[in-house]
Design a binder for this molecule. Structure first.
Ligand code: ZN
Ligand code: ZN
Length: 350
């Protein structure tokens, strides 16, 4: 465990990088400052002399409670005023401090440099914020509704009926319906089975711990001008190739008999859709006469009922209604609607 020589700065005359173990400034004779800060330059000397090693291991220095001078751990009375080291004089020990590698103080303190003040907002940013604000106000007012009166000026309607026809349909299925006819069959893949083939040897890379190593993970300020290296241990890993057995399966197709046949079914096609429409107030359902009426039936029905309304500017709009409401409407009947407060864009009926 290497011992290194730290440094300190004299706050009385400004002398820098004074050897750590010295308790007085060689330049002006002042004692170390009470709150001395030891630091460790990158090129700090490694202590080899027996005398110094003993001093380093003796413990932390102490500050005389009487005259604030620094004294070595083994001194029993103050170097400067002679006051004995005891509890009555409120002597203070310099503490030990352990640093992680990146925290170790390395240089004399540079005069404090306040961080630069926050820059003022970019003028372009200000304009952008103002613009977004204006757009927001604009959208708000354009969505604000205003009541208007519209009048019914016309009608439109449309009704559809989806017809279904009972007719022959070709199908292919695994099961044969009872009423199927024109039946043929063929072999087809129904599904796949996973069949165990055996084991195969595969390889993979694994991380194996093979040992431990010690490394310098920090420095300890010994509170007496010396520093010592702090050791940590970490595992050492090695990559190894390892073999293992893996089960392998084959995908085997399973065949079954598939039927191709014809059945009679109700079929709805787009071409079977019946439609009636008009621009009046008299809707009716579409109908058609078929040569084989027993084979036709009605499916889904749909209807739309629209009133054309004219706004104060003479522009027409289409509005849909339920049949019940639509039936009650009359030409020239006034209705309440809303439009945009800002632009007069038509929003719809209330
Ligand atoms: Zn000095
Ligand atoms: Zn003293």
């Amino acid at each position: 465990m290497a011992i290194l020589v730290g440094r300190w700065d004299c706050s009385t005359c400004g002398n820098k990088a004074i050897l750590g173990p010295k308790t007085q400034c060689p330049n002006c004779g002042a004692s170390r400052p009470e709150d001395v800060r030891f630091y460790l330059p990158d090129d700090a000397e490694v202590v080899t002399i027996e005398e110094q090693l003993k001093e380093a291991k003796a413990g932390v220095d102490w500050v005389c409670g009487h005259c604030s001078s620094h004294n070595k751990a083994l001194q029993l009375s103050c170097n400067s005023c002679g006051n004995p080291r005891d509890e009555l004089s409120e002597d203070v020990d310099l503490g030990e401090k352990t640093y992680e590698l990146h925290e170790v103080p390395k240089d004399a303190l540079i005069p404090y440099d306040p961080p630069p003040r926050k820059r003022k907002a970019n003028p372009a940013t200000k304009w952008l914020i103002a613009l977004i604000f204006l757009v927001g106000i604009f959208i708000f007012f354009s969505q604000l509704p205003k009541d208007i009166n519209v009048t019914v000026s016309g009608f439109k309607w449309e009704r559809t009926v989806q017809m279904a026809h009972y007719e022959p349909v070709q199908r292919e299925e695994w099961e044969l319906p009872r009423d199927a006819y024109d039946v043929s069959s063929y072999r087809a893949i129904h599904h796949y089975d996973q069949v165990f083939r055996g084991y195969e040897t595969r390889y993979r890379n694994v991380r194996v711990q093979v040992g431990e190593e010690r490394y310098v993970c920090g420095k300890r300020d010994k509170g007496n001008g010396y520093f010592e290296e702090v050791y940590c241990t970490r595992p050492i890993y090695e990559k190894r190739r390892e073999s293992y057995e893996e089960a392998v399966y084959d995908k085997v197709p399973v065949y079954r008999e598939k039927y191709r046949f014809t059945v009679m079914e109700w079929v709805e096609k787009r071409s079977y859709l019946l439609r009636s429409q008009g621009a009046d107030h008299h809707p009716f359902w579409p109908s058609q006469t078929y040569p084989d009426p027993a084979n036709w039936r009605e499916g889904k029905k749909n209807a739309t009922y629209i009133a054309i309304v004219t706004d104060p500017k003479g522009i027409t709009h289409e509005e849909s209604f339920s049949l019940q409401d639509w039936d009650r409407l009359a030409i020239n009947q006034p209705l309440e609607a809303t439009q945009s407060w800002l632009f007069g864009t038509y929003f719809g009926l209330k």
